[in-house]
Design a protein. Sequence first.
Length: 179
Amino acid sequence: MPSPTFTSLTQAVEAYYEELRQFVRKRTGSSSMAEDVVQETWIRANSASVPMPDNPRAYLYRMAGNLAVDQLRRQQSQLPKPVESGDADDTENTLFELPCLAPSPEEIAASQREFAVLHEAVRELPDKCREVFLLYRGHGLTMREIAKRLAISDKTVEKHIARAMVHCRQRLRDAGRDV
């Protein structure tokens, strides 16, 4: 069976979305991480300034695999680290240095500004596009569930989500965020 031809990497991500999500879920063991990684793959594919690869599917698998590894490394770096407390043989008294996971005041303020920008960007979307996007990101429905609920095609759902993501990303850029 000949492989499909795509005019952009984002089309390829949309075509292989479920396949990539399952691939990442198997590698990471996490459905939510798989969703995040595949969405990040779409974002990177959308902003990639590379010529269309000969095998877009393999290229996207590599990209998603690398992003999954990066995500797992970030998660691993947040685990507690043992701290020596005296005798090297005394494992009962080993302490763990817990990283401070609380955001700084600057991070809180930046997050609040970003949230306000995203909130406004979502409000700017056309009604149907906004509804699809909120069902997907806000309520966690799958694309197929949204298509069934709204009586529209899976492809239309994908296009609405892609449009919303591009719009939100552009609004963040306009606000000075490097995404």
